[in-house]
Write a protein that binds this ligand. Structure first.
Ligand code: SF4
Length: 351
């Protein structure tokens, strides 16, 4: 990895301090933030309102590009998957999902993942390392460069490769840059961080940043969840849901989004649907039901449409707020659970 200072690892305040310590005026930090995050310029030579000496210093000592884009696969539904190479050669992926009035960027937070969920292609890779904040932030920079100013990213979900709460300091640093007024100035409510249940870090996340929390639930019994999410063996449903129930920052105005991937014959029975309302009682929440996106690393399959409809119907009748999520980008292995730095020949490029 480059030994130069990685610009996108510094929060705006740290950048100001750093430049001041190097003898530069404080306002230089705001100029730099505007060039890099507002205008999407990654080459100091192009930052024309900076002195020549500062530009030369930046070129020599700073790294503005921690990722390079190797490949973009485009799904027939418009979803784009970005294959991105880190400076030390690791391959990660991020995904842009276009919808009617928004573009959602799904970012990765780790190279691989140690939690080994049985339905997840990333989990099958094993764990390599945490991503630096700069490597998370650059996923947004690259997506913005590719989409252009007329097609902005409006939402960010931390649901790509890796468990975000296992890399909380760097995730928080990236969020700080996403929401900083002088950087991307995104509304925190347009950012969602997902976890499978790293309960000790849920409070610190919500305390540090007023973002949305998503919890990958996927089961209504410990026996089934133990198989799908091995972390459940040490953090069973009672502990996970108890933590959420007692978390004061989870309110009807700031509910939890439970993600429930429906897998045929595994967690899709009417009994499962019937158990959910009781299980989640007392937790302000919404439920996103996602039919399983099949991939070669997992045996699970999506249920028939009638089974999906019956499942969501039971939840509706119990008064729960339920959204059935359409699978997006599954033809390019960009859908939930499918991200796994496959070799380019295994993916299908459509543009
Ligand atoms: S679902 Fe999330 S936590 Fe589980 S293995 Fe995949 S990336 Fe890791």
């Amino acid at each position: 990895m480059s030994e130069r200072t990685s610009f996108k690892d510094l929060s705006p305040d740290e950048l100001r301090e750093r430049l001041e310590a190097q003898g530069h005026e404080r306002f230089r930090a705001d100029q730099l933030l505007a060039w890099v995050y507002r205008r999407g310029v990654a080459e100091p030579e192009a930052m024309t309102d900076l002195s020549k000496a500062l530009r030369e210093e930046l070129c020599a000592e700073w790294n503005f590009r921690p990722l390079s884009c190797e490949r973009i696969d485009v799904s027939k539904d418009g979803t784009r998957k970005f294959s991105l190479r880190t400076n030390d050669g690791a391959l990660i992926e991020s995904v842009v999902i276009p919808e009617a009035r928004r573009n959602t960027l799904c970012v990765s937070t780790q190279v691989g993942c140690a939690l080994a969920c049985s339905f997840c292609a990333t989990g099958a890779m094993g764990f390599d390392r945490n991503l630096q904040a700069s490597e998370i932030v650059d996923q947004l920079c690259i997506a913005r460069e590719v989409l252009g100013a007329d097609d902005p990213i409006t939402n960010i979900v931390f649901m790509g490769m890796g468990e975000p709460l296992m890399n909380l300091p760097n995730v928080l640093r990236a969020i700080e840059i996403f929401i900083a007024p002088k950087a991307f100035a995104m509304a925190p409510r347009r950012i969602t961080v997902s976890t499978v249940g790293v309960i000790s870090r849920i409070g610190p996340l919500l305390e540090a940043a007023p973002v949305n929390l998503a919890v990958s639930l996927h089961a209504t019994t410990n026996a089934v969840r133990d198989e799908l999410v091995p972390l459940n063996r040490s953090v069973p449903l009672e502990s996970l849901l108890g933590t959420l129930r007692s978390e004061p920052r989870i309110t009807p105005r700031r509910p939890v989004f439970f993600e429930y991937t429906l897998m045929a014959g595994v967690n899709d029975s009417p009994e499962d649907a019937g158990r959910l309302p009781n299980l989640l009682r007392g937790i302000p929440c919404r439920i996103n039901v996602i039919p399983m996106n099949p991939h070669p690393d997992a045996p699970q399959r999506a249920p028939e449409k009638a089974v999906v409809d019956r499942f969501t119907q039971v939840l509706h009748e119990a008064g729960m707020i339920v959204t059935l999520r359409r699978s997006r980008g599954s033809d390019i292995a960009a859908a939930c659970g499918q991200l796994a730095r496959r070799a380019p020949r295994e993916a299908t490029t459509q543009s």
